[in-house]
Design a protein around this ligand. Structure first.
Ligand SMILES: Nc1ncnc2c1ncn2[C@@H]1O[C@H](COP(=O)(O)OP(=O)(O)OP(=O)(O)O)[C@@H](O)[C@H]1O
Length: 325
């Protein structure tokens, strides 16, 4: 079932022009001039219930702008967004009941209060019943591991603990859709894994739809079943992660070999060869030659191979290649 539909979304920011110099600053105060900045040129996609979608792109691509429009914080310049059959920026309150927006660089917790007080406040704001509140608080605190921290003020928490408490605060009302903007930014590897597992658990137990933006490709690789890549406010890829690798890398693979005779010079015409320490790395496309075909070719040419390994470009390599294009 489709829960989010975005059609021909466009967002142009109007920015006041600022010129250098005292006189110009004075003139700018009297007569405002503006310039247009297109953040979203034309974005269309739909997302089904229970999907975990990675919404990625380089800095300034338009990810946060899209999320803010879907969350009802911003109006688009043109186009249409429907979230749970609601136009989010027109019916903000109705929309807010069904969603949650969690940003790694901002907190929803009250700084000086014990975190349980923020949770209680969420209970009142969202009119959560006593039964549901208790159930969710117990379950979420247990899964994310903050049961012992309920009485600690937010300002005394580490970044990782604060982030986990933020997740609990934002999930108490059982949102159908969760927007995550850089949810693991600044966290250590263990804390990142904890957050990723939590997202997967909530998604599978409650069928929560999750849209996540992150510059940490591991977030996308570990939890998403689909990815949308945008750049300059346009979609450049939408589909599953495996296809992304084959579509952009032509099923490239890299064979690293170590030769018996270290002094032997090595070159393979028609292939990209690099020397890395005492090994050579050969890049080739599977559709041109299979890995076993490559091994046979090397043996036929008389090279004595004493060690070898085969790798495929990581998702990070693929996405880097897309951004560079
Ligand atoms: N409030 C604003 N006023 C003017 N321009 C803005 C505003 N917010 C964003 N922009 C511009 O719109 C474009 C898209 O910004 P946006 O924050 O959506 O990108 P992003 O993909 O989230 O980037 P990042 O990965 O760096 O967070 C950028 O060029 C940015 O400078």
């Amino acid at each position: 079932m489709e829960v989010i539909k975005v059609e021909n979304l466009k967002k142009v920011y109007r920015i006041p022009k600022r010129r250098e110099g005292f006189l110009n600053t004075f003139k700018d105060l009297i007569k405002h001039e503006y310039e247009d900045k297109t953040a979203l040129a034309d974005i269309s996609f739909s997302i089904n219930e229970g999907d975990i979608v990675g919404y990625i792109g380089p800095n300034g691509a338009g990810k946060s702008t899209t999320i803010k429009i879907m969350a009802g914080i911003l109006y688009p310049t043109s186009g249409q967004v429907t979230v749970n059959e609601v136009i989010p920026y027109k019916e903000k309150v109705r929309n807010a009941k069904e969603i949650s927006l969690i940003a790694g660089n901002r907190s929803n917790l009250y700084w000086d209060l014990p975190i349980i007080d923020t949770f209680e406040l969420m209970k009142r704001i969202y009119k959560i019943s006593d039964k549901k509140y208790k159930q969710n608080l117990d379950l979420l605190s247990e899964v994310i591991g903050i049961k012992d921290l309920h009485t600690v003020p937010a300002r005394q928490l580490s970044l990782g603990q604060r982030m986990r408490a933020d997740f609990v605060a934002s999930m108490l009302h059982d949102p159908k859709i969760v927007y995550l903007d850089e949810p693991t930014i600044g966290l250590d590897i263990v804390a990142k894994d904890h957050i990723r597992e939590f997202i997967k658990t909530v998604n599978s137990e409650k069928r929560t739809t999750v849209i996540i933006t992150s510059h940490d490709i591991a977030d996308i690789e570990r939890i998403c079943n689909r990815v949308i890549v945008i750049d300059y406010g346009k979609i450049i890829y939408s589909g599953n992660i495996d296809n992304l690798n084959s579509e952009y890398n032509n099923n490239k693979c890299i064979m690293k070999i170590k030769l018996e005779d270290k002094a032997e010079s090595f070159n393979l015409e028609g292939f990209d060869v690099k020397q890395v320490n005492d090994m050579y790395s050969i890049s080739f496309e599977r559709k041109k030659i299979t890995p076993s075909g490559m091994l046979n070719l090397l043996l036929e040419k008389g090279y004595k191979i004493i060690d070898f390994s085969l790798t495929e470009p990581s998702l990070e390599d693929t996405i880097k290649a897309i951004y560079e294009k």
